[in-house]
Design a binder for this molecule. Structure first.
Ligand code: DX5
Ligand code: ZN
Length: 220
């Protein structure tokens, strides 16, 4: 089980200090929500900030691109030690060949490549052909763009279906869930088959010294 704390909920004035929360903890990815103010109505951080974070991070970086032109980011983030590169399916509803081309391109530069679906996107759009290319599928359990929203339970069915598909096709992509994850929703998400939990506010709302316990309570 991996927990991916979303830095969107961290104190942006003290990012280096915030990362100390995870010192000594294992099975942690640092989730970076990259937004372009276009695919979603919000802007977060971009190249210079991620480059600096990469220099000090002791855990794998998990970048979630909520952007309209992922190819630009595949090219421009490739030297920042990003472990997982996730972008959104919704950009390619009319062009699956282009989607596969971009997944393959990203795989040349990043150890892990993920694809995300928004709450209104049916999981069946992820065909076997697409799933076979992926290291991770990210099921959004809130509308992307902002932290602190309420968990949408319709995401659980999608996680279950992805879990069944994974067995059927003998694949080993991770199933990540993102949005409104806290101690309670983490439990149901894990039960449904999620093995990678993104959590922002539920982790960073705690004082630093309670971080490890908060994470432990989520997954046990
Ligand atoms: C939303 C982001 C999430 C967000 C989750 O667009 O993708 O990663 O930070 O925040 P919480 O855990 O507060 O819902
Ligand atoms: Zn995210």
């Amino acid at each position: 089980m991996i927990v991916s704390p979303s830095l969107l909920a961290a104190d942006f004035l003290n990012l280096q200090h915030e990362l100390k929360r995870f010192d000594g903890l294992s099975d942690i990815w640092l989730h970076l929500d990259i937004m372009d103010g276009h695919f979603v109505p919000n802007l977060t951080f971009g190249h210079p900030v991620v480059e600096l974070l990469a220099k000090i991070a002791k855990h794998p970086l998990d970048a979630h691109f909520m952007v309209t032109n992922p190819e630009f980011y595949i090219d421009t983030f490739k030297n920042y030690k990003i472990h997982n590169f996730t972008f959104h399916y919704e950009l390619f509803t009319e062009n699956k060949d282009e989607l596969i081309r971009l997944i393959k391109k990203a795989k040349a530069f990043y150890p892990s490549v993920g694809l995300s679906i928004k709450p209104n996107t049916d999981v069946t759009v992820l065909t076997d052909e697409i799933l076979k290319e992926l290291d991770l599928v990210l099921v959004m359990s809130v509308e992307p763009g902002f932290g602190g929203q309420k968990f949408m339970p319709n995401s659980l069915k999608k996680v279950e279906q992805l879990s069944i598909k994974r067995l059927e096709l003998a694949l080993n992509y991770s199933i990540q869930i993102d949005g409104g994850i806290n101690e309670e929703t983490a439990k149901v998400a894990i039960k449904a088959g999620a093995d990678n939990l993104v959590a922002g506010s539920a982790i960073f709302k705690h004082p630093m010294e309670n971080t490890a316990t908060a994470i432990k309570n989520m997954i046990s």
